[in-house]
Design a protein around this ligand. Structure first.
Ligand SMILES: NC(=O)c1ccc[n+]([C@@H]2O[C@H](COP(=O)([O-])OP(=O)(O)OC[C@H]3O[C@@H](n4cnc5c(N)ncnc54)[C@H](O)[C@@H]3O)[C@@H](O)[C@H]2O)c1
Length: 342
């Protein structure tokens, strides 16, 4: 028998719309409360979800007292992620939160420790993992066709004119966007970060106040070198939001521009100045691969609670992606290589 679950959604801004849309299609899940410091925002999201009995409030604790949910979905701003998560865990709820986990690594550690003490699941949205193209590429890389991976390069160049808080944010590219790319690097290599050297700058003519461009060189476990080059103020010739990637293995290379196009070549004969290579066939997406973006992760999280298993983006593991961001920030600030520790 499947256990029906109740959830409260906290933070009813623009991103939360994707959560309510996903929740509507998940069987045995009911959103029973909507919380936002701006109560009108919570009211609007509750109306969209369509539950006339859901509690609408600006007070999380009061809502948890009244509804006693199994889950808290946290779509608040990064500074609120820690207080919301600690409160939810205190009430015995499982928590699925928006990225980034926290506004500092120290706060993220506290949240992971609190979840462990409470014996509850605490996971984070990493929606770019739940994309059919990245899953197809990962299956190909895991097949070993290009041999063990030694080197990975990713490029992210998009001249994004957001306006609003990002224009004034420090380390804007690293904190707000590179978390996705670094997390994808961990997924695709299956390796964890060891150390990083990062140079960050704000190019002349940038419409951001700080750090719109960065270059980082990571050492990963297994001796893999992973490089990141990125900018949010590069006009023209944009990459995809997933970045453009090159993977070098012992027997060949793969290239992925971040969408459905991907190619690989493997060595058929070596010994000459240049080896002879052939195009490799990259099989289609394997059946049962995890996809669906936000909806895919939310569904997996609910199923894990019901089955007593762990979701892929459990924070005790995904904190390593956040640690890459904060180590890169520290390196950029100090000008020195930094060990990545969680
Ligand atoms: N996964 C993605 O691709 C993706 C994309 C965009 C944003 N995000 C993340 O989603 C989160 C929310 O972003 P957004 O664009 O929806 O921002 P937003 O500003 O539109 O919404 C945030 C909402 O949280 C509310 N809020 C703030 N503090 C609160 C608190 N303590 N208690 C209750 N409500 C509180 C605000 O009033 C606001 O309505 C951020 O962490 C952001 O980084 C993720």
């Amino acid at each position: 028998m499947i256990t029906p679950l109740k959830a409260v959604l906290v933070g009813c801004g623009s991103m939360s719309r994707a959560w309510t849309a996903a929740a509507k299609d998940i069987p045995y899940l009911e959103l029973t409360g909507f919380v936002d410091v701006v109560e009108d925002a919570a009211r609007q999201r509750a109306a969209e979800y369509g539950s006339p009995t859901a509690v609408v409030s600006a007070d999380l604790e009061n809502t948890l007292d009244r509804t006693r949910p199994d889950i808290v979905f946290d779509c608040t701003v990064p500074e609120a992620h820690m207080p919301v998560t600690l409160t939810a865990l205190h009430y015995g709820c499982h928590v699925l939160g928006e990225k980034p986990m926290a506004d500092s690594l120290e706060n993220a550690r506290r949240m992971v420790a609190a979840a462990s003490e409470a014996g509850r699941l605490y996971a984070v949205i990493q929606n770019r993992r739940y994309d059919p193209n990245i899953r197809r590429l990962k299956a190909f890389l895991d097949s070993g066709e290009i041999g063990p991976i030694t080197t990975v390069h990713s490029d992210f160049f998009i001249g994004a004119h957001f306006g609003g808080f990002r224009d004034r944010m420090e380390h804007v590219l690293l904190l707000d966007m590179a978390i996705h790319t670094f997390d994808a690097a961990r997924l695709l290599t299956g390796a964890d970060p060891v150390s990083v050297y990062c140079k960050e700058w704000n190019p002349p003519g940038s419409w951001y106040e700080h750090g719109a461009s960065a270059v980082a060189v990571f050492e990963m476990t297994g001796g893999i070198v992973y490089t990141y080059r990125g900018s949010w103020c590069a006009e023209g010739l944009p990459t995809t939001w997933e970045s453009e990637w090159r993977f070098i293995g012992r027997q060949g290379s793969a290239r992925w521009p971040g969408d459905e196009r991907m190619q690989a070549q493997v060595v058929t004969e070596s010994g000459g100045f240049l080896s002879t290579v052939r195009d490799a066939i990259i099989p289609p997406l394997p059946p049962g691969a995890k996809t669906g973006g936000h909806a895919g992760i939310i569904r997996e999280f609910v199923q894990c609670i019901q089955a007593g298993t762990q979701p892929e983006t459990i924070c005790s593991d995904n904190i390593k992606s956040l640690a890459m961001v904060f180590a890169a920030v520290e390196s950029a600030e100090t000008g020195l290589p930094v060990s990545v520790s969680v």
